[in-house]
Design a binder for this molecule. Sequence first.
Ligand code: ATP
Ligand code: MG
Length: 595
Amino acid sequence: MSDTLESARGFATIVKARAGDPPPNLRDYGEAVAGFRWDDVRARLDGLPDGAGLNLAYEAVDRHAAGPLRSKVALRWIGRDGEVREFSYGDLAEASSRFANVLGELGIGKGERVFGLLGRVPELYVAVLGTLKSGSVFCPLFSAFGPEPIHQRLEIGDGRVLVTSPTLYRKKVAELRPSLPDLEHVLLVGEGDEPTAVEGTLDYGTRMRAASPTFNVPPTDPEDMALLHFTSGTTGRPKGAVHVHGAALHHYLTGLYALDFHPDDVFWCTADPGWVTGTSYGILAPLLHGITNVVDEGELDADRWYGIIQEQRVTVWYTAPTAVRMLMRVGAQVAREYDLSSLRFVGSVGEPLNPEAVVWGQQAFGKPIHDNWWQTETGGIMIANYRAMDVKPGSMGRPLPGIEAGIVRHLEGGRVEEIAESDVEGELALRPGWPSMFRGYLHDPARYDKCFVDGWYLSGDLARRDADGYFWFVGRADDVIKSAGHLIGPFEVESALLEHPAVAEAGVIGVPDPVVGELVKAFVTLHKGYEPSEALRLELQGHARKRLGPVVAPKAIDFRDSLPHTRSGKIMRRLLKARELGLPEGDISTLEDPR
Ligand code: ATP
Ligand code: MG
């Protein structure tokens, strides 16, 4: 495994060359924070004509279509079989207007929920934008969900319209439809020009062709509900987070600073719009900036992905740790067979990005991978490694200008206080009030209220802040292991194991123990060319002890062929634990390939 770093190597700060063309948008972090005003961000958006408010889709599409960007490529879609289709800002404006008119003709009004259950096909993007324009609310569903999770979300979300395909409808919706009385209309996106003809449904193509391509966006208050996003369900039953049109400010800001968008950029976010990353960054942020957004219908495959970066000359690439680990498994030499020189910035979100992976980016792409942190609830990136900032591998970076993040400790009586000292672990918290903040968990106000204590939004994640103001992820509060008086974050243990050349992926949990409280136990998958053996187990334990010390190193290591992941690619530690302890598995609606 020549690509894997030697385990003895420390993770030094990656100091960036300051030259570069174009210069980064965020050049001086301190200055940007000190001079920050949300009004300045608002001034970069147009607002609806005649002061009629702020509408996400108008800002993302219509305002560009009405100006010099009209014929610029907004969406470059790559089909599963390699077919490429381009949609200009003008095309997207017309298609989304048609969709808004279709909803109007169906009597779907402001605030009513339109669900999407489709693969990454152009019609999905049109439906999202058209729904937002119309004032209705879009809720994306991941197309690989089974019938139960789909039903559950349609029910919680009061779905009135579902846009899906004939196959997905027959397989996953038809049977449970009678128990969804609110679901009035199902629009089916067929293949080719042949109208779909499934009982109880409408044909998307026929309706779209008959609809007018012009639509006047109705007055939209920035506080109007725009999107409903279900969380990943990593820790339990997924929650429906409510987002508003005003989120456009934050999507714009993070596109500018965290992803460093420049006008000629070709951006590719690999997340599916079924998850918040695939909507906030897979659709909205790049369009708000008027750049070209690449969408790939296909699935993760190293050659396919590197081929796309090479052919599309992708400049900014936003992906996830699970994908990076998979690419690492294939090896950096595969990346080097492609011309990836167009890449200026590579970002990652969704899970902690192991330091090993940050540094691997340097080997594979000549660029470190920039980790950033946020949640479905935050609607956009909150803490990030910026292009101009030196990277400390393993750190999530620093809060966006405009965002105040803190580490808090819990006190008696349910109160919290900020921890002023650096390098102390506590709960990661944010000062409420940023524009893309969720405005509620749908139908669950009590759960929403519980997130806000003493002027902080509590994230449910544990972290620490170092003396330079960089934040370091420790673990989800639910996943943290308490052993012999120590708090152990699984991420630290997993990262150390990943430094061993044999280890491809690691998931770490605490197993109850009468003496120390919880014992650290690791589940690992191996790289090609390595086989599980007692000798390897001892070697991994020795390696971990050397790196972490005897208290933190795992006491037990099990080899696995694969680890359980959510469909959005996160390791489900709670499931590893439930299975280890023979406990009920809980809500596994987001589990990838349940078995
Ligand atoms: P649920 O809330 O339903 O259990 P979830 O928290 O996984 O699911 P998301 O909102 O998709 O749902 O994920 C946000 C969480 O993902 C964060 O709270 C954090 O635990 C983790 N996460 C995201 N980005 C990072 C990162 N860069 N480093 C560490 N953890 C991250
Ligand atoms: Mg969560």
